[in-house]
Design a protein around this ligand. Structure first.
Ligand code: F6P
Ligand code: MG
Length: 538
């Protein structure tokens, strides 16, 4: 995808972006004389609604009115983020390639997977039921390609139905896959895919991506064993080190593991589909020298502050750390290696992992993926070519992690809010129980690109915008926890690059088209939040 599509940084005064927005919100899709609208909008954006053309010769001439960003908090809503939203018809954004090409491809692969299952099924009732799932997927494909309007979600008993339908009714009534904000339209597509199965009789929990998720882990064998051979045994600092030397050794290890956890995000399945083994290997390099070289690609880097935060947790006898997980397979494995180190080094005493209730954005972790990983490490036979030592190292690591679960040191959770179309700016209002729960954590680590998009409202904020400003109430509400976003950059929104960030982004636009979707660059950003303050809901 990175070869064929290169979105630049949108203009920072966001003027041209906003004009497109105003068109899409206010211009009816008709021409005045009743003629059909032009096939492409006159603004240079394909699929944008057509414009009315009036001849107004006696009125004063048009003024240039620049909208002011960020919008004031009371003017912000899911259809009007603080800065202009990315929408599917914005040709300059990854939204355009995703809505037009990537999603249909991903859905097509999903259909192929179900067909494989169908061909292996023998029971007539189950076969007929599965055929109906495929028919619903076909219908969804048709709607996606026809840029249909977004309809309410059918009540399939999931806890998020009311949240989805409230969002659609209040903000996206009459909106299409192309002119709704990209984040919402894309999330909606995955919810609709879930619905294809959730209203069936026998296939409610079918995951069309499960086989591929397992695959990403087995295809990552080199990096998997590189880590298991180092961490199978509980980690120990060398004997005879002075307290300062010990601390420095731990700091270096923390930094290296933070990066392993971070770069584990660069090989998510939604972009991996056409990658070769060599490309995967180079993205997953876990060796120290390579990590040092790639640190310069962390464009917003708060790792030192993160280390200091972790030390504070330890001085308070270890804290609670939450991971809002992203992808299954290799990335989850890296997250667990990191979490294991946090526990063993006393920086944390409890880790909570937040996953999805159903398949989401292709490769996101579900409970099934979580359980699969731990069990395959202990009992699986995924790596027939591995040496006995390698297999044993993986087994030991898996056993230790299972033990953490039994002892309640690692806890897996799946709140329904994570699978909605809401951004995290709305978490405080729409999922107060979850906000309260997270406010009790000492550090919440959000993994990956989608979580970052949701934290930042997925809009065209200038790259120099402070992370704390970009995440709204997740930083500013009373009781907001400390938050760290670890994300390899795979879509348009980029913030937290510091005062020179706008120039840096412009330079990269010129020199390295595609830098925002390649996964080569990353951010590790920290928000202090307002921990310890009493959470208040209006
Ligand atoms: O479809 C685009 C996207 O949502 C991007 O955010 C990213 O390319 C990918 O899908 C998901 O990435 P991640 O798994 O890191 O959230
Ligand atoms: Mg993901």
């Amino acid at each position: 995808m990175a070869d064929s599509y290169f979105p630049p940084t949108p203009p920072h005064d966001a003027d041209s972006v906003d004009h497109q927005l105003h068109n899409d919100m206010s211009a009816p899709n008709i021409a005045l004389n009743g003629a059909a609208p032009p096939p492409n909008g006159t603004t240079g954006t394909k699929d944008a609604p057509g414009r009315m053309s009036l001849k107004l010769s006696h009125l004063p001439s048009r003024q240039i009115i620049k909208p002011i960003y960020p919008r004031s908090p009371s003017a912000v809503d899911p259809n009007n983020p603080p800065w202009p939203a990315y929408r599917g018809y914005h040709e300059y954004s990854f939204a355009y390639a995703t809505m037009g090409q990537r999603l249909p491809t991903i859905l097509g692969k999903g259909i192929e997977d179900v067909v494989v299952t169908l061909n292996q099924e023998y029971d007539e009732e189950r076969v007929v039921d599965l055929v109906q799932c495929i028919e619903r997927m076909d219908a969804l494909m048709g709607e996606l390609q026809a840029q249909a309007k977004l309809r309410p979600i059918i009540d399939d008993g999931e806890a998020d139905v009311a949240l989805w339908n409230k969002l659609i009714a209040k903000y996206f009534h009459g909106k299409t896959f192309m002119n709704a904000p990209w984040l919402f339209a894309e999330a909606y597509k995955y919810r609709r895919l879930q619905e294809c199965f959730s209203i069936s009789k026998f296939w409610k929990s079918y995951d069309v991506f499960f086989r591929q998720k397992c695959d990403t882990f087995s295809r990552s064998n080199e990096a998997v064993f590189e880590l298991s051979m180092r961490f199978a045994e509980p980690f120990k600092l060398k004997d005879g080190l002075s307290p300062d030397q010990k601390l420095e050794a731990e700091r270096l290890m923390f930094k290296e593991l933070t990066q392993i956890c971070l770069w584990g995000n660069s090989t998510d399945l939604s972009l991996l589909i056409n990658m070769t083994e060599d490309q995967i290997r180079s993205l997953q390099s876990t060796g120290g020298a390579n990590l040092a070289a790639t640190e310069k690609n962390i464009l917003g880097n708060h790792m030192q502050k993160l280390w200091e935060t972790a030390l504070t947790l330890r001085s308070n006898t270890g804290g609670r750390v939450d991971f809002v997980l992203d992808n299954a397979g290799f990335e989850l494995y890296c997250d667990c290696v990191y979490a294991d180190f946090l526990l063993q080094s006393g920086l944390a005493k409890e880790i909570r992992f937040h996953g999805k209730r159903y398949p989401w954005f292709v490769s996101d972790v579900t409970k099934k993926d979580w359980t699969w990983l731990l069990n395959t490490m202990v009992y699986g036979q995924l790596f027939p070519k591995a040496s006995d030592e390698e297999k044993e190292s993986l087994r030991r690591l898996g056993l230790r992690w299972k033990q953490y679960e039994k002892e309640g040191k690692w806890i897996y959770e799946q709140h329904p809010f994570w699978c909605t179309g809401f951004t995290f700016w709305e978490l405080h209002n729409e999922a107060p129980d979850l906000f309260l729960h997270l406010s009790r954590s000492d550090l919440v680590i959000f993994k990956g690109d989608l979580n970052h998009r949701k934290l930042t409202y997925d809009c065209a904020a200038p790259p120099s915008t402070d992370f704390e400003i970009a995440i709204g109430s997740m930083a500013s509400a009373a009781g907001a926890p400390r938050i760290c976003s670890m994300r390899t950059i795979k879509s348009d929104v980029v913030v937290g690059l510091g005062p020179e960030g706008d120039e840096l982004a412009e330079r990269l636009d010129k020199e390295e088209p595609g830098w925002k979707i390649s996964g080569k660059y990353a951010v590790v950003l920290l928000s202090e939040g307002r921990p310890g303050e009493k959470v208040v809901f209006m």
